[in-house]
Design a protein around this ligand. Structure first.
Ligand SMILES: [Zn+2]
Length: 287
């Protein structure tokens, strides 16, 4: 019996650009419908449902590096892009090394990582662009997907933030790079925190917990012993970098481990599993 995910998406989705859970042609995903309608900017978080891959990648695995049949990955990317009106051949992907480096993507980089891992953008965990028709796409199975949008100046970023990335401040790095490259201001940003492992299911080693408690503030809200609330910490990092709390949206009920039926989870699946994606794209103004 399928649980109704919509009842679990809550408090942070009461503002203008909240995420909704949609099913289209067998593909289940979260989308900011208002952002698309008002600004022609697409923000989507996929789930594991709707693809052609078989176990342990069933079914909508979108990443090449996990051991799945690459033909199935390409088919899955095509399925998603067709649903969303995107060109899969122009997708840009990053190597994702659990670091904190950021790359600014221009039109000549369209398609990097679209059909193979080899030409993805190396050594980075966050991508930024102001160019249209370039779907920035990163992959997740427990780590936190963060999408940043300046809707009026039309600048977007997708960030891969696991504990290592957050410790290295990949979120802040991406915000600072957007500011320095495009002259935008974080007070005008909208941010989305996608499906990731929740504090309910995420224990880290005592050494990691200690590193975090030494480096960051407000620990009571995101650290409880060795339980690390990654999504809460990502929200705090967004706020500390100048994004208004009311502009932050997230899937609160979306623990990838608790909802392993809906999401790939590295921990719940025992390490070998697929990846869902966070996708952001600027569509042409007035389209
Ligand atoms: Zn959980």
């Amino acid at each position: 019996m399928e649980k109704d995910i919509s009842t679990h998406i809550n408090t942070y989705n009461t503002g203008n650009y909240g995420l909704t859970f949609e099913k289209s042609g067998g593909v289940d995903y979260f989308i900011s419908r208002p952002l698309l309608d008002e600004h022609n900017i697409l923000v989507v978080f996929t789930t594991r449902r709707g693809g052609v891959s078989t176990d342990p990648y069933a079914s909508l695995n979108l990443a090449f590096h996990v051991g799945d049949n690459p033909d199935n990955v390409i088919k899955n990317r095509d399925i998603v892009c067709r649903r969303l009106g995107l060109d899969a051949a122009r997708m840009v992907c990053a190597e994702q090394v659990h670091g904190a480096e950021v790359a600014v993507i221009g039109k000549f980089e369209a398609g990097r990582g679209a059909v193979s891992l080899k030409d993805s953008v190396p050594g980075v965990d966050a991508l930024i662009t102001a160019d249209p028709f370039i779907p920035l796409t990163l992959f997740f199975a427990d780590c936190v997907p963060v999408v940043l949008v300046e809707p009026n100046k039309r600048v977007i970023s997708v960030v891969h933030a696991g504990w290592r990335g957050m410790y290295g401040e990949v979120i802040g790095n991406s915000i600072r790079m957007m500011v320095s490259t495009y002259g935008v201001h974080p007070s005008n940003f909208t941010a989305f925190i996608g499906p990731a492992i929740g504090g309910c299911c995420y224990q880290v080693g005592a050494d990691v917990a200690e590193k975090f408690s030494h480096k960051f503030t407000h620990t009571a809200s995101w650290l409880n012993g060795t339980t690390l609330h990654l999504k809460e910490l990502s929200k705090l990092q967004l706020i500390e970098n100048g994004i208004p709390p009311g502009n932050i949206y997230r899937c609160d009920g979306c623990c990838s481990s608790c909802r392993n039926d809906l999401f790939f989870s590295y921990r719940a699946d025992g390490g070998t599993t697929g990846r869902q994606a966070a996708i952001a794209a600027i569509l042409p103004d007035g389209a």
